[in-house]
Design a protein around this ligand. Structure first.
Ligand SMILES: [Zn+2]
Length: 404
């Protein structure tokens, strides 16, 4: 069993003004104490006890501040603008009455029980898990965000370890934001057309705002785009995880690190927001996919990018790719993104020779504009490349090599 810790956000339901003010006051007091402690040398801070600190805050909370200022993060800090009140796991309690959940903890006016709800509906089972004891609650912080008060609670849960040999390949690109597929069988496509369209619209408005020098509105606009793209990535990653669970398989993706520098894309495509590889947050998708898989006991495996979309997933020979179409010299036809995903799903133990990379870029030809991320240059019919192909697929190779 592996343990995973995350933070969930709980919202206070109908918090009255009086309590909101009290939270404000508590946070102020908390910050003051922390800053006073930070002015002391670390040795003295370690000797501090709650009895030496005059405060309206309950000693349990003051204790947490002392602990914080002697912790590694606290030691690095010079001064706090705001330090949220922290309540450790022994000082709060979750209760349920009917449909309502409440959390009780020490405040300025004694122990208070305040009704809460989860900020996102899919966290609901976590509250039940906390009540049943299947999920452990850690400390929480009292945080104000956009004039609303929240509890940021850290929770730890056991995740079943899934042992699997199966793999799904996940290829990311523009025409399809992602394509997931097992070695054999049907894949899943996440079409990028809608996203492309929306990105162009965002870009257009951004340009207008920039020209009109409306910087405040521009900032808002950018944030809006960011929230939208995050939501898209959440959706896609969630669906990929579901697909992976259905197949009981780990997910293999291309390692895109440094792809911005090495990927070729003409200026015309770069400046078009719908096409540019630079502005879509593939990294964020990767991160989300990573942690969501871990929660289900599955793994995200990274593989170096070159050649995944140039080889035929049926026979392993380098073929020709033209936009959505992939044709191999042996007559196999594939959708190019699906082909790349299938390659990733069956690819094992291949590492690209550096010399080869250099040679290949000399032989570079057209057709890159529509290639997926990290696509190696297009050059078939070279003996050298055929040779490379043989080392590419170590699994199930013998039956697949066509006679040269
Ligand atoms: Zn083929």
């Amino acid at each position: 069993m592996t343990k995973i810790t995350r933070i969930i956000k709980l919202k206070f339901v109908d918090l009255n003004r009086c309590k909101a003010q009290m939270f404000e006051q508590m946070t102020e007091e908390n910050t003051q104490i922390a800053n006073k402690l930070l002015s002391l040398p670390i040795k003295e801070r370690r000797k501090m006890t709650t009895s030496k600190i005059m405060s309206e805050l309950k000693s349990a909370l003051v204790n947490q501040v002392i602990r914080h200022t002697t912790s590694p993060t606290g030691r690095k800090t010079k001064q706090y603008k705001v330090l949220p009140v922290e309540v450790n796991n022994q000082n709060w309690k979750l209760t349920q009455k009917g449909e309502t959940y409440s959390i009780s903890f020490p405040t300025l006016k004694g122990e208070k029980r305040i009704p809460i709800e989860v900020a996102f509906a899919h966290w609901q089972p976590i509250l039940d898990g906390l009540l049943e004891g299947t999920i452990q609650g850690g400390s929480f912080k009292l945080i104000k965000h956009k004039n609303k008060w929240y509890v940021y609670l850290s929770i730890t849960e056991d995740v079943p370890e899934v042992k699997t040999e199966k793999r799904l390949g996940c290829d990311r690109g523009q025409n399809n934001l992602a394509v997931v597929a097992p070695k054999e069988g049907f894949g899943k496509f996440f079409n990028g057309q809608g996203v492309k369209h929306r990105r162009r619209y965002f870009q257009q408005r951004r340009k207008q705002l920039q020209e009109a020098k409306k910087f405040r509105a521009l900032k808002k606009w950018n944030k809006k785009e960011q929230r939208w793209s995050e939501a898209v990535n959440h959706t896609i990653s969630r669906r990929i995880v579901r697909f992976a669970q259905y197949h009981n398989a780990d997910v293999v993706i291309e390692d895109l690190e440094g792809c911005r520098g090495t990927m070729k894309q003409s200026q015309k495509f770069r400046s078009d927001s719908g096409q540019s590889r630079h502005s879509w947050s593939y990294y964020s998708l990767e991160q989300k996919l990573g942690y969501k898989l871990v929660l289900k006991g599955l793994k995200l495996i990274k593989r170096p990018a070159p050649y995944t979309s140039k080889s035929c997933s049926t026979c392993g020979v380098i073929g020709k790719r033209n936009r959505q179409d992939f044709n191999c010299p042996n007559g196999h036809y594939h959708n190019s993104d699906l082909n790349a995903a299938k390659n990733l799903a069956q690819w094992d133990g291949f590492s690209c020779d550096l010399n080869l990379k250099r040679d290949a870029s000399v032989m570079d030809s057209s057709g890159l504009n529509h290639g997926v991320l990290g696509t190696p240059p297009n050059s078939m019919n070279t003996v050298k490349q055929e040779y490379i192909q043989l080392t590419l697929f170590l699994t199930g190779l013998d039956t697949r090599i066509p006679p040269l």
